[in-house]
Design a protein. Structure first.
Length: 112
């Protein structure tokens, strides 16, 4: 049996369904989605540092790193090493997916 990756053509943009499924699967975990939204609010030019992301999750740094690897492997985040710390920022794919699902990332203190 030969399995072909399905593609959808729309406005000359090709969407690889297998890649989209991987990205959506990565976003389907509550912790990863929360990390993705936190990074989408990051205003630093170097991205969000793993050292700043870990405390809010109540998870071990190694567990957070595992979640970040899944998001990077799914093409939603890019990773940059700055000394001993990793910094993460949204890729264009990550930005488009967050915009496509109409997720509004509000600050923690925002109401309503």
């Amino acid at each position: 049996m030969i399995i072909r990756m399905a593609t959808i053509e729309k406005n000359a943009n090709h969407i690889n369904v297998a890649e989209l499924a991987l990205a959506m699967k990565a976003m389907g975990d509550e912790t990863r989605l929360n990390l993705l939204l936190t990074i989408s609010r990051e205003e630093s030019l170097v991205g969000a540092c793993i050292c700043d992301l870990t405390p809010d999750t109540n998870l071990a740094q190694s567990t957070v790193s595992h979640h970040m690897k899944i998001l990077v492997d799914a093409g939603l985040l890019s990773r940059t090493q700055k000394g001993k710390w990793a910094h993460f920022s949204l890729t264009p794919t990550g930005e488009r997916l967050i915009a496509a699902v109409h997720v509004e990332s509000r600050a923690k203190d925002d109401c309503c």
